[in-house]
Design a protein around this ligand. Structure first.
Ligand code: SAH
Ligand code: SF4
Ligand code: F3S
Length: 466
C-alpha cells in the first residue's frame, strides 16, 4: 500500500516535471570575456546547448544554466570573472537547481583551485574541452562536480555553432600557441598548436556560404604558424600546409566575398603571404600584426623573436604591394625594466608607421609566466602614465589615418543597425573601419554597399549610400 502510493507520487512528480519542461524550456545564459577565440568557442558551446534543448536567455537571472567563458590575459580580466561569479554563486545558495559553469582560460589556469574558491560551481572546463560540453554536462546532471582541464586533442566539432552575426563569421584554423612570450599566459591555457585540416576548414566555410554569410575571419593566436604541425612537405622541403596555401585553397568558397585572418606574428610573416593577399580579391587589405614594443632590448626580453627594424620592413613590404592597407596592432607599456627612452621608441614606432588602430595595455604580471617573477617591475603609476600617453598618440595617429577616407567611396558590408541611432546601419570597409550611414537594416543586412564618406573620426566613419 505504502509502496503503491509512493509509486503514484513518483509518476505524478514525473508528469509535473515533464509539464514544467514543456511550458518552460530550460534556459541558458553565456557571458563571454576575452578574445575572438573565446567568442568563437562561446558560439560553439551555445550551439551545443541549443542542440540539447536549451533556449538562450539574455538575462542570467532567468537562466537555469549559466556559463562564463573566461579570460585571464590580464589581472583585470580575471577579476571581472570573479565578481560576476560571486553574484551567481550567491543566487545558487537559494536556487540549488541552478547549474554554474566556468569555461575558458581562467578555468584552465585555476582548475581545481576554482572549486575551492567557489564551491557552488558544477563544472570547470578549459578551452580545449569546449566541444565536449554535452558530455561534461551529462556528468554534472548525474550529480558530479566536474573539472576538465587535462590536455586533449581538440575534436572536430559536429554541432552547428549559434553565431551572433548572420553576416560575418569566425572560423578557427589553428588552436593553441607554441611561442613563449615571457609575459603571456596563452600557451599555458590554450595548449600546444593544433591546426585543422584544410578540407575541414573549407567545408565549414562552404556551409557558411550556403547560409548566406559574406565574410569569414580565419582565427589563430599565431595564425602564421598554421600547418606546421600537419603532416606533409613540398618537394623543396618546406611545409606543405601554410597560411598562404590555405588562403589559396579557400579563396573561392561560393558566397564568401570577404576573407580576413588574425592574429599575425611578425616573426613568421612572409612576403609570400603578402603577395597572396594582394593577388586574391577576397582577402581584405587589413593586417593585424602586434609589435608589442618599439625597442629591441624589450622585444628580446619579451622573447618575441624579431627587431623593430624587421617589423618596419614588413609594413614597408605590405605597403609596396597594397599602398592603402590598414595596419593594426597590439602594444604593451610598462614591461619590466622598460625605461622612459625605450617607451618613447614605442611611441615613435606608432607615429612612423601610422597605425589605423593599436590595442594598448599596461603590463600585467601573470601567474606561471617568466616576466612576472623578475625584480625590475615598474610601479602602477608609471604604467598608468605611459598607458595614457600611448593612447593619446594612438588616437592622434588613427585620426590622421582616417583623413584618407574623406570624400572617398568605400565598399561597406552591412552588418547591423547602429545601436545608437536606429535610422542608421553599421558595417565595415575592407580596411575594417566601422562605418555608419542612413539605411534600413531589414533591406541592407548582408549587402555590399558603396558609401561616400562624409565624416571621419579616429576609429569610425560616417557616409551616404550611393
Ligand atoms: N597572439 C597574439 C596576441 C595574444 S594576447 C600575439 O602574439 O600578439 C592579446 C594581446 O594582449 C597581446 O598582443 C598583448 O598585447 C596583450 N597581452 C598579453 N599578455 C599581456 C600581459 N601580461 N600584460 C599586458 N598585456 C598583455
Ligand atoms: Fe601569447 Fe606570444 Fe603566443 Fe601571442 S604569440 S599568444 S603573445 S605567447
Ligand atoms: Fe583571454 Fe584566453 Fe583569449 S586569456 S585573450 S580569452 S586566449
Amino acid at each position: 500500500m505504502l509502496y503503491n502510493s509512493w509509486l503514484r507520487l513518483k509518476t505524478y512528480i514525473f508528469y509535473c516535471l515533464q509539464f514544467a519542461m514543456t511550458v518552460k524550456p530550460r534556459r541558458y545564459h553565456i557571458t563571454t570575456f576575452g578574445c575572438q577565440m573565446n567568442k568563437a568557442d562561446s558560439e560553439r558551446m551555445a550551439g551545443i546547448l541549443e542542440n540539447m534543448g536549451f533556449e538562450f536567455s539574455e538575462d542570467p537571472n532567468e537562466a537555469s544554466l549559466i556559463l562564463y567563458n573566461t579570460c585571464t590575459i590580464r589581472d583585470n580580466a580575471e577579476q571581472r570573472v570573479y565578481s560576476n561569479l560571486g553574484r551567481q554563486a550567491h543566487r545558487k545558495r537559494q536556487e540549488p537547481g541552478l547549474t554554474l559553469v566556468v569555461a575558458g582560460c581562467v578555468a584552465q589556469q585555476e582548475g581545481e583551485a576554482l572549486l575551492r574558491r567557489v564551491p557552488e560551481l558544477d563544472l570547470v572546463m578549459g578551452p580545449q574541452h569546449a566541444n565536449r560540453l554535452e558530455d561534461l554536462l551529462e556528468q554534472v546532471f548525474e550529480g558530479n562536480q566536474v573539472v576538465a582541464t587535462e590536455a586533449v586533442e581538440i575534436m572536430e566539432d559536429i554541432t552547428k555553432p549559434r553565431r551572433d552575426s548572420k553576416v560575418t563569421a569566425w572560423v578557427n584554423v589553428i588552436y593553441g600557441c607554441n611561442e613563449r612570450c615571457t609575459y603571456c599566459v596563452v600557451p599555458n591555457v590554450r595548449g600546444v598548436e593544433q591546426s585543422r585540416m584544410p578540407e575541414a576548414i573549407r567545408a565549414e566555410m562552404e556551409d557558411l556560404g550556403r547560409q548566406g554569410y559574406k565574410e569569414v575571419t580565419l582565427l589563430g593566436q599565431n595564425i602564421d604558424a598554421y600547418g606546421r604541425d600537419l603532416p606533409g612537405t613540398k618537394p623543396d622541403g618546406s611545409h606543405q600546409h601554410t597560411l598562404t596555401d590555405l588562403l589559396y585553397f579557400v579563396q573561392d568558397v561560393p558566397g564568401v566575398d570577404r576573407l580576413r585572418f588574425a592574429t599575425s606574428h611578425p616573426r613568421y610573416f612572409t612576403e609570400r603571404l603578402i603577395k597572396a593577399c594582394a593577388e586574391l580579391p577576397q582577402v581584405c587589405e587589413h593586417f593585424h600584426i602586434p609589435f608589442q614594443s618599439g625597442d629591441n632590448d624589450i622585444l628580446k626580453a619579451m622573447s618575441r623573436g624579431y627587431t623593430q627594424e624587421k617589423y618596419r620592413r614588413i609594413i614597408d613590404t605590405i605597403r609596396r604591394y597594397m599602398p592603402d592597407a590598414s595596419i593594426t596592432a597590439d602594444a604593451i607599456v610598462g614591461f619590466p625594466g622598460e625605461t622612459e627612452a625605450q617607451f618613447e621608441k614605442t611611441l615613435k614606432l606608432i607615429e612612423d608607421v601610422g597605425f589605423d588602430l593599436v590595442n594598448t595595455a599596461a603590463y600585467s604580471p601573470r601567474p606561471g609566466t617568466p616576466a612576472a617573477l623578475w625584480e625590475n617591475q615598474l610601479s602602477e603609476e608609471v604604467k598608468a602614465d605611459r598607458l595614457q600617453r600611448i593612447n593619446h598618440v594612438v588616437t592622434t595617429t588613427a585620426m590622421e589615418r582616417s583623413q584618407r577616407y574623406f570624400g572617398r567611396t568605400e565598399e561597406v558590408l552591412v552588418e547591423a543597425q547602429n545601436l545608437k541611432d536606429s535610422t542608421q546601419v553599421m558595417g565595415r570597409t575592407r580596411g575594417n573601419r566601422l562605418t555608419f550611414f542612413k539605411g534600413d537594416i531589414a533591406e541592407l543586412a548582408g549587402k555590399m554597399v558603396r558609401v561616400k564618406i562624409t565624416d571621419i573620426r579616429a576609429f569610425s566613419l560616417t557616409g551616404e549610400m550611393l
